[in-house]
Design a protein around this ligand. Structure first.
Ligand code: SF4
Ligand code: SF4
Length: 439
């Protein structure tokens, strides 16, 4: 009798499992048959912002050409959006605003864009990286292409092309991170590296690069390696935060905005840098690009200082990917889809500095309601279109509010740009290790 009871309960259990699986399959079919999903929706935003970025870059190039030729080419107005590519200027603008309550008069759009990124990240997580940032877009398409290439490789080659960039970055981070820490503590400076005594640390540097390749996984896990490699971006962010946000007085920044000629043409110098790339810069950019193809979001994950600060602020956001343990069928698809290697299938709530709010995990989840973006505490589900409306919408609202309230355009006249750009190779428009000429 008891045997029979157990058997029928087993059958019931098996039946209910089948029902859940059938439901899951139905749901998956329903999801895959939809012409629009969060992935495609996000790609539309990425493409639009990438096109806008290319347009801004092209427009700025034409503007500089007009000024260089003394007006011989067709006039194109300077697009203020170009200031988004001046991260150090953005940090200075933030400190200036915090210290004086005033907006950077030279690169106001750069400050507005940076402040908008910080506010939207605090409210709506790290969506800027996966929905707006053109570097994130190129990075994502790069690794998607890399996934296709890797599918042609055998397992051994695939393993090494994926792991080599992380091991190398980890080794280099073990050199750079302590150096940045010692610089921030004023123990060493740029000058210190000219001293012959520094040769004493060369063996340590070589050891740091060899260690990740030499130690076995049992004593040197992939997680440790990845964490050390990621310290790069936090040390770059810490360097900016301490040297600019903490140590640099707002009054000094005001003098720089007013009297340092380099500041007025920092965007033009940046354009010149990219147009006339040195061999070293070409090699570094090429290596980062190739590594980004074989290792997902390589630049964003290990180097981007914006990614570091956005991740920290996004961590405080009340929006989270939440997994319902009762509904989850442990298929592991979410973990496989996550571009930043979060083990989503084991989390109840994804509370991780790296989460990009990309919805890729939600998109692949075959069970309705098992995985969603939610407002923590309230439990309200946020549909991807609503999320885009909130995160991207607020970002766009900030830009346009600044535009219509006079905080978008700087007060440098076209005539001033023309005479400065015509003389751009003058040493007063350069700087030596952060030292500037004043006029
Ligand atoms: S956890 Fe989900 S939303 Fe966050 S990065 Fe991974 S796939 Fe994207
Ligand atoms: S939450 Fe992840 S593991 Fe669970 S059903 Fe969805 S995709 Fe599968």
């Amino acid at each position: 009798m008891s045997q029979r009871k157990d058997t029928s309960s087993d059958v019931l259990e098996i039946d209910s499992t089948h029902q859940v699986e059938d439901k899951a399959v139905d749901e998956r079919k329903r999801k895959s048959s939809r012409w629009m999903n969060s992935n495609r929706f996000r790609w539309i935003f990425q493409i639009v912002f990438l096109i806008i970025t290319i347009y801004i870059g092209w427009k700025f190039y034409l503007f500089v050409q007009y000024c260089e030729t003394g007006g011989a080419t067709k006039y194109v107005s300077r697009p203020p959006g170009i200031e988004a590519f001046l991260p150090i200027g953005a940090f200075m603008g933030l400190k200036y605003f915090l210290g004086t309550g005033k907006v950077d008069p030279i690169h106001p759009a750069g400050f507005v864009i940076f402040a908008s990124i910080l506010i939207t990240s605090f409210l709506f997580q790290r969506g800027f990286c996966s929905w707006i940032c053109p570097v994130g877009t190129i990075s994502e398409w790069g690794w998607r292409f890399g996934d296709w290439i890797k599918s042609k490789f055998n397992r051994g080659v695939k393993y090494w092309v994926e792991i080599f960039p992380v091991k190398l970055t980890c080794g280099l981070s073990m050199i750079s991170t302590p150096i940045v820490a010692l610089m921030l503590l004023d123990v060493v400076s740029f000058e210190s590296f000219k001293s012959p005594n520094m040769k004493a640390i060369y063996p340590l540097m070589i050891a740091a690069i060899i260690i990740p390749f030499a130690l076995p996984r049992k004593v040197w896990s992939a997680r440790v390696e990845d964490s050390i490699a990621r310290a790069w971006k936090y040390s770059i962010f810490a360097f900016f935060a301490v040297t600019i946000l903490i140590k640099m007085p707002a009054q000094q920044i005001e003098i720089m905005f007013t009297n340092v000629p380099f500041m007025k043409v920092a965007d033009v110098r940046m354009l010149k840098f990219f147009i006339n790339l040195s061999m070293l810069a070409i090699i570094i950019i090429s290596v980062i690009f190739v590594f980004s193809i074989f290792n997902k979001n390589y630049w964003c994950r290990y180097f981007c200082p914006y990614g570091a600060v956005i991740g920290i602020l996004g961590w405080a956001s009340s929006l989270r990917i939440v997994r319902d343990k009762e509904k989850c069928i442990d298929c592991g698809k979410c973990t496989k889809a996550c571009p930043v290697y979060i083990v989503v299938e084991k989390k109840k709530t994804v509370h991780n500095l790296e989460c990009l709010a990309c919805y890729d995990c939600v998109n692949v989840c075959p069970v309705n309601g098992a995985l969603d973006m939610k407002i923590v505490g309230i439990g309200k589900k946020i549909h991807y279109a609503v999320y885009a409306g909130l995160a991207v919408g607020l970002f766009v609202i900030f830009m346009n509010t600044a535009r219509f309230t006079g905080y978008w355009y700087n007060n440098i006249t076209l005539q001033e740009y023309m005479y400065r750009i015509a003389d751009i190779d003058n040493p007063k428009y350069q700087h030596k290790q952060g030292k500037f000429e004043v006029e």
